[in-house]
Each structure stands twice: as C-alpha cells, then as structure tokens.
Design a protein around this ligand. Structure first.
Ligand code: 13P
Length: 260
C-alpha cells in the first residue's frame, strides 16, 4: 500500500433498526411514517431497517426513492441449496436488501453460531454485494470477569472473512453489542463505549491498514431516544444498532435525528 496515500474518509454514521421477530404487513404504516419523516429533513447519517425477511418485498414498495434503506437479519453462507428454512445473501439482495446483520448474539446463542460461521456469512454478504453488519459483544459474566477486550479482540479476529483483506473496496460495519445491554435498559457509560470502540478501531487498523477507515463501528444495546444523543455523538461511535426502539417510526426517527 502507498505510504503517502491519503487515509480514506470515514463514511457517514449509520443507524440501523433491527426489528428481530416483530412486524407484519400492517407495520407498513410505520415504514410509511418513517419515510415521510426522513423526507422532511436530511439526517446526518444513513438509515436502515432490517425487518423479518418476508417484509422486505412490501417495504421495498414503500422505501423506493427515499432515504430509507433495507437489510436482512441473517443469511446462509451458501447461495442456494438444500437448507430448509434458510435464506441466502443473494435472496435478500433480490428482495430489496442492501445490508445484512450477521452474528447477532441472539443467533450465536440460540443456534450456536460460531465466529467461523459468522465469518462465512459475512463473506457471503460481500459476495452478494450486501454490506455486512458483523455483531460482536461480551456476556455479563465475561464483562464482570474483566475479559471484555480479550473476548472482543478474539471475536473480531475470527468473525471477519479473509475476503475483507483481499477486497480493497469492501465496506462493512462492526456492531459492538454488549449482550448484557440488549433489551435490559443497562448500557456502558459513554466513556466505556468510547474506549471499547477505540480498541476495536485499532484492531481493525492493525488488520486492514488504511482500508479500516472505510469501516464503521456502531453501538447496540438499549439505545433509545433518551440516551441516543449522548452515545451517537461520541467521536468513536459511527452509529447505532437499535432493537426495540426501532419498531415505532417516531421513536426511531428521534434517535436518527439525535446525531449532530
Ligand atoms: P435493544 O435496542 O432492544 O436493546 O436491542 C439491541 C439489539 O439487539 C439490536 O440488534
């Protein structure tokens, strides 16, 4: 790599709504409201919602031409095959997704997804032309034992695909979601978030060099309108992955517009 190359500019912040297993076609009303709110004033970030995959086609009719982008919540490593119940990255792309979450702690726990599987899914996302949002995060026990940084470094090393090192222009996002902060209302202090995100960024720089500047490190876990301003405007925080508070358009928009 050219030593004198100007470091790539950090991309705009990214706010992602993870709807998890919530929503039906009736939720189209919320998406319409969100599209309308985003149309009133340009937010200082990119905005994505990741609904259950079956809602991508109807939501795609609503978000067309708007500032709202769509994503999936998981993908299979392969393009197609005999894998009952699974959805490939290519299928998500075909249904209107531009992003996909991989390695969410709920999947790591419920389906025993390993770092290696997460890396394969992230690789599949890149192959399909989707932007992977790779989740990492320590459990309460690991946090209390003082192992947070070790756990995150290991997850980061193993959950990122080799393709990233080889693909010069691959854009991706790391979501730091402490497992103990998800759905609990408990969050690390802004200083702790800043420190951990700084460590993640340094690890990315070590691995990817200047290319790391194109990646984002976003925070997830109990982000709400009431705490979003304090978290999302931290220098090391490139956005948020929002669960519960993303289901209502007005709540989610309040988080989006808390970015200065
Ligand atoms: P909550 O915002 O509901 O805590 O969920 C966070 C999360 O898991 C997003 O992926």
């Amino acid at each position: 790599m050219n030593e004198t190359a100007i470091p790539a500019r950090r991309p705009p912040k990214l706010v992602v709504g993870n709807w998890k297993m919530f929503g039906t076609r009736r939720s189209s009303a919320e998406v319409r409201t969100l599209v309308r709110l985003l149309g009133l004033k340009r937010p200082h970030c990119e905005v994505v919602i990741c609904p259950p995959a079956v809602l991508l086609p109807p939501f795609r009719q609503i978000n067309r031409g708007s500032r709202l982008k769509l994503g999936g919540q998981d993908c299979h490593p392969l393009t197609q095959g005999a894998h009952t119940g699974d959805i490939s990255a290519e299928m998500l792309k075909d249904a209107g997704a531009g992003y996909v979450i991989v390695g969410h702690s709920e999947r790591r726990e419920a389906y025993r997804e390993t770092d290696q599987m997460v890396a394969q899914k992230a690789q599949a996302a890149l192959r399909a032309g989707l932007h992977p949002i790779v989740c990492i995060g320590e459990t309460a026990e690991q946090n209390e034992a003082g192992h947070t940084l070790d756990v995150l470094t290991r997850q980061l090393e193993r959950s990122l695909p080799d393709l990233l090192d080889a693909t010069e222009h691959a854009a991706f996002t790391i979501a730091y979601e402490p497992v103990w902060a998800i759905g609990t209302g408990r969050i690390p202090s802004p200083a702790q978030i800043e420190e951990i995100h700084g460590e993640i960024r340094r690890a990315l720089q070590k691995r990817l060099g200047l290319q790391a500047a194109k990646s984002r490190v976003i925070y997830g876990g109990s982000v709400k309108a009431s705490n979003a301003r304090a978290i999302l405007n931290l220098a090391e925080v490139d956005g948020a992955l929002v669960g519960g508070a993303s289901l209502k358009a007005t709540d989610f928009a309040a988080i989006v517009y808390s970015i200065n």
